[in-house]
Design a protein around this ligand. Structure first.
Ligand SMILES: Nc1ncnc2c1ncn2[C@@H]1O[C@H](COP(=O)(O)OP(=O)(O)OP(=O)(O)O)[C@@H](O)[C@H]1O
Ligand SMILES: [Mg+2]
Length: 495
């Protein structure tokens, strides 16, 4: 482990051109351990997001500036950065796991950007006091998946941590086989997780628990300060954001795969891209994480698990909230908020500005038919949106064997429009059912090329996934059906 006093010459410090400002260091030493990254050897660029860089106020030439590659691979001291690893705990697969923490991530600091404060983190930058049995590293394949999916989710309009870049090295890393190391630079307004609160609550440390909650309220949820019970108001807001986030996941067929409480963001951001998957053939019981034998994190279980995780957060906040009834009132908001948000998204996919009993019924029957026939989730929704935009019905009908059922559904769609008295909003439909998602097989192809040092497909995929609701004719194949081998891909927790 690199120690706090690792000799990284200040003289060699790289100025990244970012405006660093005080951040969570203010929480004090109960919350983190300052330390320097342990660099990966002879780093090279794997992937870069120009869009993310621009949001940080960095110009396109920035990537070529001296020291940027080294700084983001952990080998150069960054002027203004105060690297540290935070401590958290959590429930993993429903069981209390005790102390965890940033075992391979390092918080670099907080920067001021035109859009507000953003924190930067390296993932895969070496051992920390919280590494337990791990090696502090991340491998190339999982880092590429995290990079692409972070930006893909952002392109879909789903709240997420972002990724600025991935750097790599030929340095070997042992997993099931020998792989190579990579570092992802992540960006988010905050990396605080439910597990940070659980850590101090389960550890019976009411002082730090309150310090943390006050920090989050004042920084990220200032309106809660005015509530009669600010801590209950915080819980209610996190419930609302989490419900909205998971509704968006369901609406595009995204499965997170490892929804442990340490992988739940206090800002309702999608965080920790491990064994995630976008649904290919629709099966509500689909399990994307090969290590999840009981299917705890299957597609259909995601809303229930999010609610369960919010209960864990509520329990952690209880010493501050005081009354169990106040916590329960906040938690009871989850189901109606999730249902309303998912109904709104389904209605939008049907070209309707708001949900009605008819749009709910139609979405339910459509999903039921897709589940019976294992229809491709993304393609079916996209073709339906294109039909709403005027494409002939046969592109939708051709997806189904049960012709009577699909004809009946298309008739209901017409009736829905007639009832609302308004023409369906084709753009609304097309902007809620993406043409492109990061299917597992696409990530696998990009990874296979990257292993041969060809990183071009990563950048090409990035360009498409940043605008997933547009047609990209030159990459039309990526919007097509996955190849037969796609359902043999096994993604586990190993990363
Ligand atoms: N290779 C590793 N070395 C050290 N610690 C690890 C390693 N892999 C995972 N961990 C730690 O194990 C715990 C659970 O890991 P999990 O897979 O949820 O997170 P992660 O993918 O490492 O990171 P994050 O949640 O920050 O995206 C975390 O405390 C994490 O830091
Ligand atoms: Mg994690």
């Amino acid at each position: 482990m690199a120690s706090p006093d690792t000799p990284m010459a200040e003289a060699a410090a790289v100025d990244l051109g970012l405006r660093w400002q005080p951040g969570l260091q203010a929480l004090g030493s109960d919350f983190y351990t300052p330390l320097s990254p342990d660099p990966i050897r002879d780093p090279y660029w794997i992937a870069r997001s120009a869009a993310m860089a621009r949001e940080l106020g960095l110009r396109d030439v920035w990537w070529q500036a001296p020291g940027v590659l080294e700084a983001l691979s952990g080998s150069a001291f960054i002027q203004g950065s105060t690297p540290l690893a935070t401590v958290y705990s959590g429930h993993q697969f429903g069981v209390w796991a005790g102390q965890l923490g940033d075992g391979r991530a390092l918080w670099l600091g907080e920067v001021a950007t035109p859009g507000g404060p953003q924190e930067l983190q390296l993932k895969g930058s070496g051992l920390t006091p919280y590494s337990r049995m791990g090696d502090g590293r991340a491998v190339l394949r999982s880092s590429i998946r995290e990079f692409l999916c972070s930006e893909a989710m952002h392109g879909l309009g789903i709240a997420t941590t972002r990724a600025l870049c991935v750097t790599g090295s030929d340095q070997p890393v042992r997993r099931e086989t020998i792989e190579t190391a990579a570092v992802v630079t992540r960006v988010a307004p905050s990396f605080i997780r439910f597990g940070h609160f659980e850590h101090f609550s389960h550890g019976n440390q009411p002082g730090p628990l309150r310090t943390l909650a006050d920090y989050v309220i004042d920084r990220d949820y200032p309106a809660c300060r005015d509530a009669a019970n600010p801590y209950a108001a915080l819980l209610a807001e996190v419930v609302r954001r989490t419900a909205a986030m998971v509704a968006q996941w369901q609406a595009v067929g995204f499965m997170h795969g490892v929804m442990n409480t340490d992988n739940m963001s206090i800002l309702g951001l999608t965080i920790d891209y491990g064994p995630f998957q976008f649904m290919d053939a629709y099966d509500p019981r689909h399990i994307c994480n090969h290590s999840d034998h009981a299917g705890r994190y299957s597609y259909e279980n995601q809303p229930g698990v999010a609610h369960w995780n919010l209960f864990a957060l509520g329990q952690a906040l209880l010493p501050l909230i005081g009354e169990v009834d106040d916590a329960m009132a906040a938690l009871h908001g989850f189901k109606p908020q999730f249902d309303a948000e998912l109904a709104r998204l389904h209605a939008a996919k049907l070209g309707q500005a708001s949900a009605t009993p008819s749009s709910r019924a139609l979405a339910g029957e459509w999903l039921g038919l897709m589940a019976r026939e294992r229809t491709d989730f993304t393609i079916a929704w996209r073709r339906l949106a294109q039909h709403i935009a005027g494409a002939p019905a046969d592109t939708v009908q051709d997806l189904f064997h049960d012709r009577a059922a699909i004809d009946q559904l298309l008739l209901q769609l017409k009736e829905l429009t007639a009832q609302s008295g308004l023409a369906p909003d084709a753009n609304l439909a097309l902007n809620h059912s993406p043409a492109f998602v990061l299917r597992n097989y696409l990530a696998e192809q990009a990874i296979a090329l990257a292993k041969q040092k060809d990183f071009s497909m990563i950048q090409d995929l990035l360009a498409v996934l940043e605008r997933p609701y547009d047609e990209h004719p030159q990459h039309a194949a990526w919007a097509g059906f996955p190849p037969d081998w796609a359902d043999q891909i096994q993604i586990s927790c190993s990363s």
